[in-house]
Design a protein around this ligand. Structure first.
Ligand code: GLN
Length: 452
């Protein structure tokens, strides 16, 4: 823990943390030592972690990357983090993120952008770590933390894992409790781990997963020993390669890494199956209707009364709401609220929101049909490598396109992992994505363990 506290300090220029908690880390590590001495070590005893600042931590400021939560110290601990502490893990600090997890670059954070520890060959420009869990990914990639928590609503664990050359896992919807995690889009939000290896991801997931009666969408199914699933044996597994994920606009290196992955799986004894997931191209538009719709509703609670910031408290209630929300939310959050309230409004509800929900069902059905033929699906994680800080900020639609390969698994609630697949021509990491059946994280991890 001491070494990691020092690494966090040394990596401050990356801006990966909104809050460092060194005293707490050392205290927790001392408690770990005591448990180890008594022979009562938990599975994560003494392991220092970065926690995305979307997870509520008791008595420790939680910002969601927004000004509107200024001064908010939760009186409760999220279920996922409390399970991590139960198993002995140590809190290094709260990791930077896009405001309310809305973004793919970490540039919408009210606390400034995070820098990716990677640089392009022969180019000194600072790159984004991806988003929204950019601080968590950068902290693990820069060796500040042994693991981290993230949340993935449309790709926010997998895309930053791809951009920083680490492993990011989005479990099945309902596998990890959302209780105490600040809500963005409740039907799409998935807590999950970041780690440097597939094995570490398996170990972290086991602690994070499990039924929680406090989350009405938590599912009461047993949590397997994910590490035991890493048998290294893939013989006879059928791996799908969906043609809809082959886009002309994607750099050739991404296709090369994908082909390489296919080759490796063949050599490991898998059968490769060409697949069609015909509704894939409607996933991104459906996501950018459903996610803002749910966000506009979830963010209604930030009114200057219940949490954090309050502006113009001497005004009438409506003026106080307006002043607080006007000052507290950043541009991207305001854009999402506007889109969300629009698609939910009378007269447009059927045309947009209801239509998007129907598309969501079609996408889930595409996958359901695929599971008749394959055990897992291999695709690239993102359509590009890390880009420069400042790029794409004036073009929200270009930014939304970053999620084209990841949102499908959120809409269908399926487990998906990103693991390092290879390098771009200018030397940046590129991720491969594996998607699996609902609650079959084991197969996803098993295949990933052989590919990594
Ligand atoms: N980039 C997507 C968005 O901005 C996904 C974010 C996420 O997964 N939290 O909505």
């Amino acid at each position: 823990t001491e070494a990691h506290v020092a690494a966090v300090e040394a990596a401050r220029p990356l801006n990966a943390f909104i809050l460092e908690t060194p005293e707490q880390a050392l205290e927790m590590a001392a408690a770990s030592d005591a448990r180890i001495a008594k022979g009562e070590a938990g599975p994560l005893e003494g392991i220092p972690l970065a926690i995305k600042d979307l997870y509520c931590t008791r008595g420790v400021a939680t910002t969601a990357g927004s000004r509107i939560l200024e001064g908010f110290r939760p009186t409760y601990e999220s279920t996922v983090t409390s399970q991590l502490w139960r198993d002995g893990a140590v809190l290094l600090g709260k990791a930077n993120l896009d405001e309310f997890a809305m973004g793919s670059s970490n540039m919408t954070s009210a606390f400034g952008p995070v820098e990716n520890p990677w640089k392009r060959k022969g180019d000194n420009r600072k790159l984004v770590p991806g988003g929204s869990s950019g601080g968590s990914a950068a902290a693990v990639a820069a060796r500040c933390a042994l693991g981290a928590t993230g949340t993935d609503t449309g790709g926010s664990i997998r895309q930053p894992a791809s951009f920083t050359g680490i492993v990011g896992l989005k479990p099945t919807y309902g596998r990890c409790s959302r209780w105490g995690v600040v809500a963005f889009a409740s039907s799409l939000d998935h807590p999950g781990p970041f780690a440097r290896t597939v094995r570490d991801s398996a170990i972290l997931l086991r602690s994070m997963a499990g039924y929680d009666p406090k989350d009405s969408t938590s599912v009461d199914v047993p949590v397997p020993d994910y590490e035991a699933a890493l048998t290294g044996d893939l013989r006879g597994l059928r791996i799908g390669v969906p043609k809809e994920y082959r886009l002309d606009s994607v750099p050739e290196a991404i296709d090369r890494v994908w082909q390489q992955g296919i080759e490796w799986l063949k050599q490991a004894g898998c059968e490769i199956v060409e697949l069609s997931l015909p509704h894939t191209r409607y996933a991104l538009p459906a996501y950018y209707v459903i996610a803002p719709a749910e966000a506009s509703s979830n963010l209604a609670r930030y009114d200057g009364v219940r949490y954090g910031l309050r502006q113009a408290g001497d005004q009438a209630l409506t003026e106080m709401y307006e002043a607080t929300r006007g000052a507290g939310f950043g541009e991207e959050v305001k854009r999402r609220i506007m889109i969300g309230t629009y698609v939910l409004s009378a007269g447009y509800y059927d045309a947009y929101y209801n239509k998007a929900r129907k598309v969501r069902t079609l996408i889930a059905n595409d996958f359901r049909a695929a599971w008749e033929k394959v055990d897992a699906i291999l695709t690239p994680t993102a359509p590009s490598a890390a880009f420069a800080i400042g790029e794409k900020m004036d073009d929200p639609v270009a930014m939304y396109l970053m999620d084209v390969f990841t949102v499908t698994a959120n809409l269908a609630g399926l487990p998906a992992i990103s693991l390092p697949g290879g390098l771009s021509t200018d030397g940046l990491p590129l991720g491969l994505q594996l998607i699996g059946r609902a609650f079959d994280e084991e197969t996803v991890l098993r295949v990933a363990g052989v590919l990594e």
